[in-house]
Design a protein around this ligand. Structure first.
Ligand SMILES: [Mg+2]
Length: 399
C-alpha cells in the first residue's frame, strides 16, 4: 500500500542557525523578525520558559532574559530548505514542496522514513519529524504529535482513531476559528468527532473543502501529491517601495529588483510569460500602469528588464510620487509548451550573466548577486536579513 509522509523540520529557523553556529545547540534561542520586534521561531529550550511564536521581543525578554536572540536570515533558510528538498526528492520522486520546511511525499516502505530522518540530520544538520499515514491530512496531524525528532507511522484504523480523539479539530490545517465555531455548535470538537460525523453535514457546514478533509481523515487520499507546481494564471512581484518617493533612480532600482524577483519566481514555477504589466500606486488609491505584449514567451532577465524599463519610460514624468509598484506576468506558458518561431530569441546562453547569477544565488542564497541598478536602494541591502525579503518566502513566514 502506498502511504503519504509529511516531513517537517523542527524549529526550522533556529535549527538553521545552529547549522552555522553549532555553539547554539542546547541553548534557548529565538529568531526575531519584523524589524526585530517579534519572535518568529524559538528553540525548545526557549519554549520551556513560556515564550510564544509571534510574541513581542520585550515580552520574550521578560520571560527568557538569558535567551540568545538572532535576526532572521531568510536567504540562508532558503538555501538549507533547497538542500533538504533535494535529499527528499532524490529518494522519493513523488515529493511536493509545501512550505519552506515542510514536504509531502509518497512512501512505499514506511521504515525508510527513519533512514531519511537520520540522513537529513547527518548531511544537512537539520532535525526533522516525519509522520506517515494513509492520507496527507492524517500524516500532517500525526507528525505534529511526534515532534521533536520523531517518526510516527500509523496505518491501522484503531491507532488512527485513538490519536484523532486527542486532537482538537482546529489542528487540521484548513479549519480555523470560524469553521471551528460552526463545528463546535454541532458538538464536533475533536478530529475524531469530525471523522465520525455525517459526511453530508460536514459538506453543508464547510462546503466541498470540508468534505475533502472528511475523506482525508477517514483515510482516503483526496488531495494528491503534486510534484509539479500548480499552474498559475498570473505571477506577480512587488509591493511597497519603502516609502513614497519621486526619485527616479530609486524607482528604477525597485524596477530592477522586482524584475529579479519575478524572474526568480517564473524560474521556480518553470513558466514563461507572454505579457507583462507594470502598475504604480501614485497617490491614495490612484494608480498608473502600462502593459506590453512580449515578442515571445520568455523569462530571460535581460528581455524582461528591457520591457519593464520601456513601460516605466512611458508612464514616467518628473514630479510623479510612487508608493507601491507591481510587476505582473501574464499569459503564462509552461516550459516545453511554448511554440517556438524562427524569429524568437534563443534561451539564455550558458555564458550569460543571468545564468552565472542564478548559479551563485542557488548555491549561497537569494540575491547574493544582483543587478547593479538596485544599488540605488541601499536601504534594502543594509543587512542581509532585511525585512524586504519576507514576502518572498513561499508558503509561510512563521511556524
Ligand atoms: Mg517546522
Amino acid at each position: 500500500m502506498s502511504l503519504i509522509a509529511h516531513l517537517d523540520a523542527d524549529c526550522f529557523y533556529v535549527s538553521a542557525e545552529r547549522v552555522r553556529h553549532p555553539g547554539l545547540k542546547g541553548k534557548p534561542v529565538g529568531v526575531i523578525g519584523n524589524q526585530g520586534a517579534c519572535v518568529i521561531a524559538k528553540s525548545y529550550e526557549m519554549r520551556k520558559t513560556g515564550v510564544k511564536t509571534g510574541e513581542a521581543i520585550w515580552e520574550a525578554l521578560k520571560k527568557c532574559p538569558d535567551g540568545i536572540y538572532l535576526k532572521r536570515d531568510f536567504r540562508w533558510y532558503e538555501a538549507l530548505s533547497k538542500r533538504m528538498l533535494g535529499m527528499v526528492r532524490e529518494r522519493h520522486p513523488m515529493t511536493e514542496y509545501y512550505s519552506i520546511d515542510e514536504f509531502f511525499f509518497q512512501i512505499e516502505k514506511p521504515e525508510r522514513a527513519r533512514d531519511l530522518q537520520l540522513l537529513i540530520l547527518r548531511d544537512a544538520g537539520l532535525p526533522v519529524t516525519v509522520g506517515v499515514a494513509r492520507s496527507r491530512t492524517l500524516a500532517k496531524l500525526f507528525s505534529d504529535t511526534a515532534k521533536p525528532f520523531g517518526v510516527r507511522v500509523v496505518t491501522d484504523v484503531a491507532t488512527e482513531r485513538e490519536l484523532l480523539a486527542k486532537l482538537s479539530v482546529q489542528e487540521i490545517s484548513g479549519i480555523a476559528d470560524r469553521s471551528g465555531k460552526k463545528l463546535a455548535e454541532r458538538g464536533i470538537n475533536t478530529c475524531l468527532d469530525f471523522a465520525a460525523a455525517d459526511r453530508r453535514l460536514i459538506r453543508s457546514l464547510l462546503t466541498k473543502t470540508g468534505e475533502d478533509l472528511w475523506w482525508e481523515l477517514n483515510g482516503h487520499k483526496v488531495q494528491p501529491i503534486r510534484p509539479d507546481r500548480p499552474q498559475h494564471q498570473f505571477i506577480s512581484r512587488g509591493g511597497s517601495i519603502g516609502g513614497a518617493s519621486g526619485d527616479e533612480n530609486k524607482i528604477r532600482g525597485w524596477l530592477a529588483r522586482n524584475t529579479e524577483r519575478l524572474v526568480e519566481e517564473l524560474d521556480y514555477h518553470e513558466v514563461r510569460p507572454g505579457r507583462l504589466t507594470l502598475a504604480l500606486s501614485v497617490k491614495e488609491g490612484e494608480s498608473v500602469g502600462e502593459d506590453v505584449r512580449l515578442e515571445s514567451h520568455t523569462r530571460r532577465f535581460d528581455l524582461l528588464m528591457a520591457a519593464s524599463a520601456r513601460m516605466l519610460d512611458r508612464v514616467w514624468r518628473p514630479g510623479l510620487i510612487v508608493s507601491h509598484m507591481h510587476l505582473i506576468a501574464g499569459d503564462l506558458r509552461r516550459d516545453g509548451f511554448v511554440q517556438r518561431s524562427l524569429f524568437d530569441p534563443p534561451d539564455e546562453p550558458e555564458s550569460s550573466l543571468a545564468v552565472a547569477k542564478k548559479e551563485i544565488n542557488d548555491k549561497i542564497g537569494r540575491f547574493a548577486v544582483r543587478s547593479a541598478a538596485t544599488l540605488h536602494i541601499p536601504e534594502m541591502y543594509r543587512d542581509r536579513s532585511h525585512e524586504f525579503d519576507v514576502c518572498d518566502i513561499r508558503g509561510k513566514i512563521c511556524f
